[in-house]
Design a binder for this molecule. Sequence first.
Ligand SMILES: [Zn+2]
Length: 266
Amino acid sequence: MGWLREWRRARILKHAKLDPALWRDTVARYEFIDVLSAPELARLEELTLLFMHEKSIHGAGGMQVRDDVRTAISAQAALVVLNLGLDYYRGWVEVIVYPDEFVAEYDYTDEAGVVHHVAEPMSGESWEHGPVILSWADAEKAGRGHVYNVVIHEFAHKLDMLNGAANGFPPLHADMVRADWASAFSRAYEDFARRIERDEMLPIDDYAAESPAEFFAVTSEVFFESPREMLKLYPDVYAQLREFYRQDPAARLDRADAALARGRAA
Ligand SMILES: [Zn+2]
């Protein structure tokens, strides 16, 4: 079915277009998108448009999904797969947006065989083969200096789920080494847990210590939003994420800084 999908996408790109002012605002809103090169931005715009066509983004709990919200979510989702392609988001269609934290209710059975019913406030959630659910109040905090990006977080979980339940081990590319991924992540995860216990201030949210799946999702947020911090703290994890996402956001920042310096000198 590959050719059919490609043909459909080519048709969408030929006939649909994002509102230029809306697109400019979206790019300017996120400094980690604003630093993309011109060809990267052009590709991101196409992927954003296709994402909006292939996924259904709708509100719940009284949320009206305005065009700027739809575009902001789609652009960040597209950034994650900029060099991977939209097929990495295959197998599901729905993005549900709540105005604020939503309550996720579920049952689980503990080791003693007792079934618990849990109702937890959530800022985001991804279901295997199911929807991505986001709180816009939380998603809105992205790109404002603090490294917290629930949109990138949930879409990273989606990639992790391409090969089964989220476990911090997404399907790696053929040229990547599984043992390298495992050793980089497990060493960083153990180190991170130790530092959290010592109450160290780190550029990575404590929530990353929850599980290897959360560690992958949270480090993905930092990788895209504050790549230099990620590179400095855990260079091996950075290298694995760079291989996996096929992007080098720290190098991108360096290029943008150099261009800025040249502009100032001129
Ligand atoms: Zn998570």
